[in-house]
Ligand binder design. Sequence first.
Ligand code: GCU
Length: 615
Amino acid sequence: MGFRSDGSLAWLAYLPGEAPSATTSMELAREELRQGLRQLRRAETVDVIADGQGQAYAISKTDTGYVINGGEPGVLYGAYALLSALSRGEQPPEGLREPHFPLRILNHWDNMDGTIERGYAGRSFFFKKNHLSFDPARIRQYARMLASVGINCISPNNVNVRPPMDGLLMQGNVSELKALADILRPFGIRLLVSIDFSMPSHHGLNTADPLNEEVAAWWARTTGEVYCAIPDLAGYLVKADSEYRPGPFTYGRTHAQGANMLARALKPHGGLLFWRCFVYNHKQDWRDTVTDRPKAAFEHYSPQDGQFDDNVVLQIKNGPLDFQVREPLSPLLFAMPRTRKALELQLAQEYTGQQIDLFYHGPQYEDIIEHLPLGNIQYIAAVSNLGDDSNWCGHDLAQASLYAYGRTAWEGACRAQEFAREWAQTTLPEASEEVTGMLMRSGAVYEQYAAPLGIGFLVRPNSHYGPSPEGYEFDLWGTYHRANQHEIGIDRSTNGSGYTAQYPQPLMGLYNNPDTCPEKLLLFFHRLPYDHPMADGRSLVQRVYDDHFEGALGAEDLLAQWKQLKNKIPEGTYERVLSRFERQAANAREWRDVINTYFYRKSGIGDARGRLIHP
Ligand code: GCU
């Protein structure tokens, strides 16, 4: 196998470094198989037969090897599945395989100047100096990596569309978008573009009112031009009336009116409109104790069920707040049965250690998908954790989360341990057992030191790395825990803000009562005194102390375990990851000390086990 210690091959060590250039998925599948089988030194023959439907494939055994039946790009998925299994010494999957979600989307938050919002792996590999500017060979490597786990749609640009990015759909840029789409197409990947709702008012009109006919005509014309160049464009992604982005509210219109106008421009071309639901009051006065941010999206959207056109997809973050370490599922995911919806996950580790600390998303996704009413959700998207670092993700082990996301989106189920093992076996085969174990533990370790019992936003403002218990407490963003000397947390039960009433039963009942509320979410849903007894008899504050001491030790442990793997890991990878684990251990100590000190100062209750808490 062709391991590279710069991490650039990711989990594709069974393939050569250069991804082939081809015009169809069929051609590509044959070429990848030819090269992969040679690299794996396998003598089997593999026939590829184009006869299936679209994305599905079936692998069957023959006397001399295998045959893959499938469509475009199904055969390519079959080729990667076969090579991956052979490289792990396993039998290729048998029978018909088809994806659960028709679009499995990766949203990049790249800006045209090359920076990446919440990017932790270098700069953009799509944009430079306010242009789409990319290395086709690198894009092919990226596309192959995505296709190998079944991701089939990407948006390259940030949902915060600020000038000059609002000109991305304008002539000049469209030819570059087309060049990108042409490279991605044989890999079965379609483009989606983030747009600015107010675009017409920057490009020729003096309004972007969705009910204005000229505005609708502007969008129809612009969209038609883009589809001329990119006939398989998946559609548009929109962040409207959210964190300073313009939207229908500016014109006194509803989100259904705004979304439908755009959807109608896309409709003749078969395009979809992904409309994000991250809408809340971002200018809250902390003294306002009535407004409760997690309630906002449900309150805003659920009365509009049935009003959205059928090519509008509401894109909903997994939690009601904002990608915190621990949140309940957004109640909107259970609602709006007459509206199409997408689940939005985050791979970028904004609040989960920024690809410095290890946080494998598999277990979190498993928890989310297990509880998701899957029949009510039609699409899936995740915010990318990629950049131009040679290993793509900054932290080599963060690749495992991307891998798990692709597998989850394909399967419509997350088997975190199995996906971690597959990743480790193909990426770091000599240490796969140990690395799988480390990945599986990582989320729990991080949660212990960074998110006590479901409280979010204890992070430093803006950067979101490292502890700051009151960093967001008196700010505008609606992210409060309201600690005083007696108690902490927000009462979101029906006696408090009433947020729990947005859930169907039995969830509502479960969350509403502190005795039945899962402990990991206790302070998300309830306001409780520091001496509140937990199920195991410890007090709430003692549980927080214990978690933080244990979490910091857990981070030390990850570091120690990594050191033991020195001889089993390529040197470059070993050194890069080692320095991250060292930083993580220091970060975890800081979290332990800052959070424990905060709880100690507020409550005046000492640690029952007499450990040092800073004064
Ligand atoms: C978070 C994040 C922002 C991002 C926003 C979004 O608030 O911090 O950087 O723009 O989510 O999802 O739109």
